[in-house]
Structures are given as structure tokens and as C-alpha cells.
Design a protein around this ligand. Structure first.
Ligand code: SF4
Length: 467
């Protein structure tokens, strides 16, 4: 994706009785850095006291040996954040901690609630802007109500989770246990791994298990809650029903290519997307060039399927990467020039198939096409390995303002003209779904088919915007 609309967050949790877990959480967060770059945090417990350290910035900027040394204990959770609700402030960094009687609760959330306003009204916290803060408040209040019950956190979550609507993959802890939970649609991923020598890990993506040496056991299911403590792992079902709808963009863009979803690597699915794209939108061209790095597997698939040579024509400045603290439009506009540089020798005089994984706003894609032309390309044929992104997402991707979505305002031909490409082809939705070789997806931003109620004023907007 040459322009980054906000991403999902990364969550991690570990219970390992024979180890100090803070360094392991640190490594786990490193593996999840791509899911959020605004803030990072870790909380741990030694069985008696919960300690939290969090700050704005990348994992490597927030943590050092000194502050990791202060995080003691054999269980803990961590979070990397991209703000989707609540502004980019220290107060919204996670894990969020609340004291409820003798119970210390810390929570890390990936996703976005769709009933935030109602929840805030119910709790009498109308000024609270972060859905994650409301969740921890609701849980803490329920524990307070049940103070005599030793299952405080577990029981409170079983009762409170059904009041949350929207997307939430959570890791939550108290002094003695970690709990993982996914909403009944399972919009955001969460997996369970086993630590050799004893212990369990929860993580947004399997790549984080690999980095801490944990073995993948299974995905936490949509609508499932798992409690991990001295007695092992217990599975519970707090919700009346579940209907798996994993975010399709986890396959397209969010997840690391080396992570596994539905038992296969994301990289393999992205290659198939490129392959199907080549069949749906062939091009008369000399070279296939990816928009690095997320466009690379699809470009490889396009090249293999079409027989057109693959070449690196754009270099990513890895040391800039996704380091932007403020997700403002200004930074996004500048982002492309900081991030990518063309290789004229690859592009000069060539008819180029430029492969990207998605176009959301279009502003940086336009700069990108112009940059490839200036570097000498004779023609630029843009191919996109996902369908037009037309409807806003309310489940964790920062695109809730539909007016910023180029495909909500223009036809494909209008977009081509706007971007200055010689041709433009998007992968169809059936093509994208076929490439995943799985089912049970949310496709709302591509199809307008929302699995849940969405805010009323936005529903109207969506209907008006539908073409
Ligand atoms: Fe993912 Fe799109 Fe659904 Fe949001 S609306 S969860 S980005 S598929």
C-alpha cells in the first residue's frame, strides 16, 4: 500500500511460569510493530503486583534495558498502537490499567467498537474518547461489584463482553492470569501458541510466536475467550452465537507475509492474488514492478502467471519506514517521497506493470505513477491486488470518512485518469476471495455488506455514496 490509512493494532500476551516474560513481550511486540507505530506498552505481573510501562513511539524507542528490567514477573501483555478512535495521546497508549478493589486489570485491544457512544452513556463517561478505556472501565466496575469472587476478572469478562459491539481482539490480565478474547465475528486475528518448557502465548499474528520460540497451537476462534493461568488453558463462549468474518484486509495488507492465517502463509495468498489479477487484467508490457514491500508477492504472482519479467524498480527507504507519529494527511503526502525511490535503469523506455495491493485515498498513488514516468517509463499500467475500496471501515482501519476514499467518488476510468496511468485494473472480489482459499470474511469496505450495525449517521452516508 503506497499510502497507509491507519492500521490495526498488535496485541501480545504470555504466561510462562519459569521465565521473566518482559524480554519475550518486547520481542513479540517487535514482530507486531507493523500493526501500529504510535505507541507501545508492556504490563507484567509477578503474581502479586501488576507493573505497566508505555510511551509514544516505536517499540525500540519506548523500551530499553533499564525500563525492561523494571518489568518483573512470569506473565504479561503488550501492545503496539495505531489510533483509530481516541487521538494520538499518551493517555490512549496501551495496555490500559485500572484498579478494581484488590484486582489490578490491564487491557490491550486490537479493533474498534461500534457502540462506543452507548457504552459511554451507560457508564456515565460521555467524555471518554477511547473505546479501549471504556472496555477496561466496564470490566473493572463489574469486578468491583463481585469483589468477594476469586474469579473476578474471568467472571467480569464473561458478563461484560456481550455488551461490546464491533471489533475486538483482546488480551487482558490481572495479577495471576492472562485472558484472550475475540468478538463473535473475529474481525481481528488472535492466535495461541505453546512455549517449549511450559507456558502459553497469545498474539495478533503467528510471526510473533516465531520470534519468541513458541509453537503455533491454533487460532482463538471468533466468539471465544481463553483463560490462561496455573491450571493451563480453558476455553469459554461468552457470546450467544458467532459468525466468523475475519477482516479480508489482513490477507491483502495488514498481516506480515510470513504470518499464517487459516493454516497457510499470507505470502502464498498474496502471490495467488497477483496470479488471478494477471488473468483478470492482462497487460502488454515489458516488466512487472512491485510497490514495495506489500506489493511484492502479488507482483511475483502477476509475473509468474503472465510471463512478463519481474524487476525491482522502486527501492524502499527501510530506515524511514512507518515511523510517522502523527497520522495526518500532510505526513501521508510527504510519505511517498521519503519512502520510495525509483531505479531508472529498470524503468527507462519500459512498458511497466506497477503492482500495488490497494488504493485508498489515491493521493500518493498519483505521485507514485508520476515518479515512475519521470524515471523514464514509456507506459504505466497500474494493477491493484484488491477491489476498489468504496465503503468506510468501522472495525479498526482508519477510513471512517468516506469522502476521502477515491473509489467512493470516482469510477475506475475516472480514477485511471486522475492517477495518470495508461491502464488500471483491480482484482475482483471473487478473485480476491478465491486467492485466500478460505471463507468467512468481512468484505464491508469492498462490498458495503457490514456484518454489524454501524453508526446511524454513517449508514445514511454510505447509502448516499453507493453507486
Ligand atoms: Fe477489514 Fe474492510 Fe471489514 Fe474493515 S471493512 S474489517 S478493512 S474488510
Amino acid at each position: 500500500m503506497s499510502e497507509t490509512p491507519g492500521e490495526a493494532c498488535g496485541v501480545f500476551g504470555i504466561y510462562a511460569p519459569s521465565q521473566r516474560v518482559a524480554p519475550l513481550i518486547y520481542f513479540g511486540l517487535f514482530a507486531l510493530q507493523h500493526r501500529g507505530q504510535e505507541s507501545a506498552g508492556i504490563s507484567t505481573s509477578d503474581g502479586r503486583t501488576v507493573t505497566v510501562f508505555k510511551d509514544m513511539g516505536l517499540v525500540s524507542q519506548v523500551f530499553d534495558e533499564a525500563n525492561l528490567a523494571g518489568l518483573d514477573g512470569h506473565l504479561g501483555i503488550g501492545h503496539t498502537r495505531y489510533s483509530t478512535t481516541g487521538s494520538s495521546l499518551w493517555a490512549n497508549a496501551q495496555p490500559i490499567h485500572r484498579q478494581a478493589g484488590h484486582t489490578s486489570v490491564a487491557l490491550a485491544h486490537n479493533g474498534n467498537l461500534t457502540n462506543t457512544r452507548r457504552l459511554a452513556d451507560t457508564l456515565g463517561l460521555a467524555g471518554e474518547t477511547s473505546d479501549s478505556a471504556l472496555m477496561v472501565e466496564a470490566i473493572a466496575r463489574r469486578i468491583d461489584d463481585e469483589r468477594s469472587d476469586s474469579r473476578g476478572l474471568e467472571k467480569a469478562m464473561l458478563e461484560v463482553l456481550p455488551t461490546f459491539e464491533g471489533a475486538f481482539s483482546l488480551v487482558v490480565m490481572d495479577q495471576g492470569r492472562i485472558i484472550g478474547a475475540r468478538d463473535p465475528f473475529g474481525f481481528r486475528p488472535l492466535c495461541l501458541g505453546e512455549v517449549p518448557g511450559g507456558g502459553w502465548v497469545l498474539a495478533s499474528e503467528t510471526a510473533a510466536l516465531d520470534l519468541v520460540g513458541a509453537r503455533f497451537k491454533r487460532e482463538v476462534e471468533a466468539g471465544e475467550m481463553v483463560v490462561i493461568d496455573a491450571n493451563g488453558v480453558r476455553s469459554m463462549r461468552p457470546f450467544a452465537s458467532s459468525d466468523p468474518r475475519l477482516c479480508l484486509f489482513e490477507y491483502v495488507y495488514f498481516a506480515r507475509p510470513d504470518s499464517r492465517l487459516h493454516g497457510q502463509t499470507v505470502h502464498a495468498a498474496r502471490r495467488r492474488m497477483g496470479s488471478i489479477l494477471a488473468a483478470e487484467h492482462p497487460a502488454d508490457a515489458d516488466v512487472v514492478v512491485p510497490v514495495p514491500e506489500s506489493g511484492i508477492p502479488a507482483a511475483q504472482g502477476f509475473s509468474q502467471s503472465s510471463g512478463i519479467a519481474y524487476a525491482d524498480g522502486l527501492v524502499k527507504n527501510r530506515y524511514v519506514g512507518r515511523t510517522f507519529i502523527e497520522p495526518s494527511q500532510l505526513m501521508r503526502d510527504r510519505g511517498i517521497r521519503l519512502k520510495l525511490n525509483p531505479i531508472p535503469e529498470t524503468l527507462e523506455g519500459k512498458r511497466v506493470v506497477l503492482v500495488d495491493d490497494s488504493i485508498v485515498r489515491g493521493s500518493t498513488t498519483r505521485q507514485l505513477v508520476a515518479m515512475v514516468r519521470q524515471a523514464g517509463a514509456a507506459e504505466v499500467h497500474l494493477r491493484v491486488s484488491s477491489p476498489p475500496y468504496r465503503w468506510p471501515c468501522f472495525y479498526g482501519m482508519d477510513t471512517s470518512d468516506q469522502s476521502t476514499l477515491i473509489a467512493a467518488r470516482m469510477t475506475v476510468e475516472e480514477i485511471r485518469l486522475h492517477l495518470g496511468a495508461d491502464s488500471l485494473g483491480y482484482l475482483s472480489l471473487p478473485g480476491l476471495l478465491a486467492a485466500t482459499e478460505a471463507d468467512g470474511f468481512c468484505t464491508a469496505c469492498l462490498s458495503g455488506d457490514y456484518p454489524t450495525r454501524v453508526p446511524v449517521e454513517v449508514s445514511k452516508y454510505v447509502l448516499e455514496g453507493t453507486r
